[in-house]
Design a protein around this ligand. Structure first.
Ligand code: F6P
Ligand code: MN
Length: 327
């Protein structure tokens, strides 16, 4: 590739250094960026790193862990717990929160180390999602993690796709970095905004017969296109990795739904609040979109009750999320 530095791109460290952030948060974000670059290498090596296939273990969500789920969880946990500003971590792949033993620990980091794991073995996009909270204590318990998404001081994701990208918010807009050789993140998307209108929706259509009536009406309206009440044709996309679907929405608009459905009526949805819903919701709101449970109630206002709790998700272009609410 051309020399990215010559092309004048600002790198992650310089960008973060110029932002008005506490030193500790800056360091936590640097650890996350560095580890995501390392994860990108392992993902890219795939079979060469012995990283494909199942690990033979089941996680707390009763899901079969892939080898890469376990490897990336260990990489993030080790790197974050070694950072003196981290007070504790929690992950999709670990039953319980892990406190760090640092007297200066100020931040809690929650993560989904490898989102979209069903894509690993077919070489389709996967990602890492993270959420950062201020810790009420240097020796946190699970109760200290139970903060609504609005309290996040930062969130973001890495997308291991055609390009490896890191997308970040610290509560004032959304910035995107593209990975250059040697794991250097360069600022390529300084101000990501989601268009308010769209003609694109994302939902797993194979669950249609299980959806509630409102979701049925909304999707039927989209499918009827120019001949129906919406008066315009829609396209549909489903990558089966939330990171990749949300990234598309941040880049060109759209809506993403993973609603409650009747398959397991006692479960509010499939996606997890603390390390999927909340970090993505902060990014989407900071980019001018809406991130809701049902078209109306903001995900960021949910008061968490459990570390691994699930939520329904309807997020994306603001005017289109309103259509979900009105359906
Ligand atoms: O982490 C859960 C997840 O893999 C998301 O990344 C993705 O959006 C969704 O599940 C895919 O679900 P399904 O298997 O129903 O397509
Ligand atoms: Mn996930």
């Amino acid at each position: 590739m051309t020399d990215a530095t010559k092309a004048g791109f600002v790198d992650f460290d310089s960008h973060i250094a110029s932002a008005a952030l506490p030193d500790g948060l800056r360091e936590v974000l640097q650890v996350l960026a560095r580890t995501c670059a390392e994860i990108s290498d392992v993902v890219a090596d795939g079979a060469l790193a012995g990283a494909l296939g199942a690990s033979g273990q089941i996680n707390v969500q009763d899901e079969e862990q892939k080898k890469l789920d376990v490897m990336t969880n260990d990489m993030l946990t080790d790197a974050l717990l070694a950072c003196p500003f981290v007070a504790g971590v929690a992950s999709e792949e670990m039953d319980e929160v892990q406190p760090a033993i640092h007297p200066a620990g100020q931040y809690l980091v929650l993560f989904d180390p490898l989102d979209g794991s069903s894509n690993i073995d077919i070489n389709a996009p996967v990602g890492t999602i993270f959420s950062v909270l201020a810790s009420p204590s240097p020796t946190p318990t699970e109760a200290d993690f139970m903060q609504p998404g609005r309290a996040q001081v930062a969130s973001g994701y890495a997308l291991y796709g055609a390009q490896t990208m890191l997308v970040l918010t610290t509560g004032s807009g959304v910035t995107g970095f593209t990975m250059a050789p040697e794991g250097r993140w360069l600022l390529t998307h300084p101000d990501i905004r989601i268009p308010a209108d769209t003609r694109e929706f994302a939902i797993n259509m194979s669950n249609q017969r299980h959806w509630a009536d409102g979701v049925q009406r909304y999707v039927t309206g989209c499918l009827e296109g120019a001949d129906g009440p919406r008066g315009k044709n829609f396209n549909m996309r489903w990558v089966a990795a939330m990171v990749a679907d949300v990234h598309r929405i941040l880049m060109r608009g759209g809506v993403f739904l993973y609603p409650w459905d009747r398959r397991e009526p006692e479960k509010p949805g499939k996606l997890r609040l603390m390390y999927e819903g909340n970090p993505m919701a902060l990014l989407v709101e900071q980019a001018g979109g809406k991130a809701t449970l049902d078209g109306v109630a903001p995900i960021l206002d949910v008061v968490p009750e459990r570390l691994h709790q699930r939520v329904p998700v309807a997020l994306g272009s603001a005017n289109e999320v309103d259509q979900i609410a009105a359906a």
